[in-house]
Design a protein around this ligand. Structure first.
Ligand SMILES: Cc1cc2nc3c(=O)[nH]c(=O)nc-3n(C[C@H](O)[C@H](O)[C@H](O)COP(=O)(O)OP(=O)(O)OC[C@H]3O[C@@H](n4cnc5c(N)ncnc54)[C@H](O)[C@@H]3O)c2cc1C
Length: 380
């Protein structure tokens, strides 16, 4: 059985690794000429960490990650709203949260898969599918044939559009800036700070670096001023607690800006021998830190279903039946949490902060449990 995976992001690489670990041939076709991730960090939650451990990547992950012991939710003056204990999460769910540089994660996955199985410079432009197999066309005039086609080609997936899904992306109402600064880990408590229509998050990663992100309510497609993103962020977050300004200044010009989108959950993903995975299937806002984690869950479920038996179409539909309801709920929940985090009205923000400060610690972990304690994708 030969699987063609379009897209060499976290989802596509994990799918290839999971399939190959089940003895199913899988090749990744990536449009970029150079295999790389954006210059930012990423948090992985227990549901994803345990999947990577199951794929035999536990030691490799441990060598590139940083696992903070606490996360604080704060007001812009630095006052603590609530604290989440990552160690308690570890004891309840088998893993805490782990934070790493995206480039390190992608390099780890590529090394595990083997670069021979990643075909760079291959942009999928079309496919044919019938009862005998799939034939994929690339813009470089090459072609590939196989038994299964997986569209893991991200939020603007060509495979999704070729399958006939034309639902537009939904702008969330806010944009996100991200950066990585060289900064002393011991100088701050990791976490997120909420203001009015703005948030700032900071998480340590390996080698005395800090991954930070900022959000603000702005019109779609707005761009940074000529003075650059740092100047804009320094004015947006002026007067916020330390070390927010220091982190922005320590990052220099390497600040990314992306409007945040998701898509109304699709009711079906694929047909015949074709399906979708990761952001191609379920783009979500980053408020629960679950976009990549859900792609990793997809990969495990897909490999598990395809290992069940020779009926490819039945396995792909079973994969979709397992994944569509769960990922759809997380898309909705992530959007809802983001909307609350971006509230702008002073009375509403005061109420929000009060509600989060009086909620017992156990309530926060309990509310995340259905997402982060999920283990069905780990079943044999
Ligand atoms: C601000 C922000 C913060 C986030 N933080 C987190 C977090 O902390 N934790 C978390 O789990 N998730 C987070 N996410 C979400 C996460 O980044 C994504 O869900 C994840 O990277 C998606 O992986 P993917 O492999 O599905 O898609 P992508 O990473 O988009 O990869 C798709 C790949 O397909 C390639 N491609 C596209 N079209 C074609 C084509 N036609 N042919 C061949 N190749 C093609 C692209 O070049 C790309 O390499 C965040 C997202 C944002 C925007």
């Amino acid at each position: 059985m030969r699987t063609i995976i379009i897209g060499g992001g976290i989802g596509g690489l994990c799918a290839a690794i999971a399939l190959r670990s089940r003895g199913i041939d899988a090749e990744v076709y990536e449009k970029s000429a150079v295999h790389k991730e954006v210059g930012a960090g990423i948090s992985l939650w227990p549901n994803a960490v345990k999947a990577l451990v199951k794929l035999g990547l536990g030691d490799a992950l441990h060598s590139i990650n940083f696992a903070p012991e606490h996360f604080a939710l704060r007001r812009q003056n630095g006052a603590t709203i609530s604290v989440t204990d990552s160690m308690e999460m570890k004891s309840r769910f088998g893993s805490g949260v782990t934070v790493l540089h995206r480039a390190d994660l992608l390099a780890m996955l590529a090394e595990r898969l083997g670069t021979d199985h990643i075909h760079l410079g291959h942009e999928c432009s079309g496919f044919d599918e019938d009862q005998d197999g799939v034939a994929v066309k690339f813009t470089n005039s090459e072609a590939a044939t196989g038994d299964i086609l997986i569209g893991a080609d991200g939020i603007r997936s060509a495979v999704k559009t070729l399958l006939g899904h034309h639902d537009p992306l939904r702008y969330s109402g806010y944009t996100a800036w991200r950066g990585v600064a060289e900064y002393d880990h011991l100088d701050f408590t990791p976490g997120e700070t909420w203001g009015r229509g703005k948030r700032f998050g900071m998480l340590p990663i390996q080698n005395e670096r800090v991954y930070w992100y900022a959000t603000a309510n702005v019109p779609e497609h707005e761009s940074d001023p000529p003075e650059g993103p740092a100047a804009l962020l320094l004015s947006l977050f002026s007067g916020w607690h330390e070390p927010i300004e220091k982190l922005i200044r320590a990052t220099g010009a390497n600040i990314l800006r992306h409007d945040v989108y998701d898509r109304r959950p699709l009711r079906s993903w694929g047909r015949g021998r074709v399906t979708l995975l990761g952001d191609a299937a379920h783009p979500m806002t980053p408020n629960l830190g679950q976009g990549a984690c859900q792609g990793i869950e997809d990969a495990m479920e897909l490999a598990g279903q395809l290992a069940v038996g020779p009926d490819i179409e039945r396995s792909l539909r079973a994969y979709e039946a397992a994944r569509i309801p769960r990922t759809g709920r997380i898309v909705v929940e992530s959007r809802r949490l983001g909307a609350i985090g971006q509230w702008n009205s002073l009375p509403l923000c005061r109420l929000r902060d009060l509600a989060f400060s009086v909620a017992p610690k156990s309530a926060a972990l309990r509310s995340f449990a259905p997402i982060i304690a999920y283990e069905e994708h780990l079943a044999d």
